[in-house]
Design a protein around this ligand. Structure first.
Ligand SMILES: Nc1nc2c(ncn2[C@@H]2O[C@H](COP(=O)(O)OP(=O)(O)OP(=O)(O)O)[C@@H](O)[C@H]2O)c(=O)[nH]1
Ligand SMILES: [Mg+2]
Length: 350
């Protein structure tokens, strides 16, 4: 199951209470205060891990609580700290305040952590409060409460390249051709129900990550088809491959197909249109010459880079990989290194 949005509730452990105690020993009158300090409460920490792909594990548990700090004890014994609660999330998880919608963090790299709720401070024992004028304090500090908040987690995949297009354009066939990903492929629309990621290895031993998202149709922004919600997964891509069917099948006119997807992207978030797009005509093994020419002419006049391939037979697929690699290198040179427009501070828990 692919879950990419979820609300969780986190509660850090409260700090323990400091101890009030006095040393009692035979022949030692007025032994003095010896109440120990308490432990701090455990924190709730989100940790990004390469090993998981979706937020599905949070579907079955949405309340996370860290352990309370232990109280201090007599004989100057300190209480133990509460154990932290660590929640593993996939790379690309954006953490937002559920009430305000503010972005609090963005976990992009393996091992990135975000302090979701900080554990309460442990109270000090009475031994700490002894002074020359008050040598036997009968009070100790109480622990402070652990933080608590409601978070909205949103997964936005971190693929270098996103593949967009109408249903049946051959997006999944393409990703299975150039990467090791094995998505479902079939000749009916909406075969792909959630995004798939694949790593593409280039001839010069480099690699990039590519995402196949479910097809878009007219009205996707209003929820038609599978809607436009999956577009969030290409928001952070450097560039897009717009795949268009030019086969003899009864599919729509290729230029119209381009505009349909273009419009839906515009309605979802116009920022997507600023991304570099490579228009790729697919299914040239079964091409409709007129459709192909129309699309090629359109790209030429509009200044879009254009390629024609057959994802099914593999024709020109290596040329496509090289072109993507080159475009990514050029984009890197132009300084598009930062994938995510959304910032967010990663805070160390301690
Ligand atoms: N002849 C030919 N058929 C192709 C080619 N690429 C894909 N197909 C066929 O087109 C159909 C749709 O392919 P998919 O890869 O599932 O298309 P998709 O764009 O992922 O479709 P959705 O997931 O529904 O959006 C399948 O029957 C494929 O076999 C191609 O290059 N040539
Ligand atoms: Mg598909």
């Amino acid at each position: 199951m692919f879950i990419d949005q979820i609300v969780i509730h986190v509660k850090a452990g409260d700090g323990g209470n400091g101890c009030v105690s006095f040393r009692r020993e035979k022949y030692v009158p007025k032994g003095g205060p010896n109440g120990g300090d308490a432990g701090r409460g455990g924190s709730v920490i989100l940790k990004a891990s390469q090993g998981i792909r979706t937020l599905v594990n949070l579907r079955y548990q949405s309340f996370f609580k860290a352990e309370k700090g232990f109280n201090g004890k007599g004989s100057n014994k300190a209480g133990r700290n509460g154990v932290d609660c660590i929640i593993t999330v996939p790379l690309g998880t954006v953490v937002k305040d559920d009430h305000t919608g503010h972005i609090l963090g963005d976990l992009k790299k393996d091992g990135d952590i975000f302090l979701a709720a900080k554990g309460g401070r442990g109270g000090r024992g009475n031994a700490r409060f002894a002074t020359s004028t008050n040598q036997a304090p009968r009070y100790a500090e109480e622990g402070s409460p652990g933080e608590e908040q409601q978070l909205f987690l949103e997964l936005k995949l971190l693929a270098d390249v996103g593949i967009i297009g109408l249903p049946n354009a051959g997006k999944s066939t393409l990703i299975s051709r150039i990467s090791a990903a094995k998505p479902r492929i079939a000749d009916y629309p909406f075969t792909t129900l959630h995004p798939n990621l694949g790593m593409v290895k280039t001839e010069d031993y480099q690699s990039f990550c590519i995402a196949d998202i479910p097809g878009l149709i007219q009205g996707a922004h209003q929820g038609t088809g599978l809607g436009d919600q999956f577009l969030r997964h290409i928001e952070r891509s450097f560039m897009l491959i717009h795949l268009i069917d030019v086969s003899r099948s009864t599919g729509p006119d290729p230029v119209k197909a381009f505009h349909t997807v273009f419009e839906e992207m515009k309605l979802y978030n116009p920022i997507l249109l600023k991304k570099k797009q490579l228009i790729v005509a697919n299914k040239i093994d079964d091409q409709d010459q007129e459709k192909l020419q129309r699309l090629e002419h359109f790209c030429l006049t509009q200044g879009y880079p254009f390629l024609k391939i057959s994802a099914a037979t593999g024709e020109n697929s290596q040329l496509l990989v090289r072109s993507i690699q080159k475009m990514l290198t050029d984009l890197n040179k132009e300084g598009h290194k930062e994938k995510c427009p959304e910032g967010g501070n990663l805070e160390s828990p301690y």
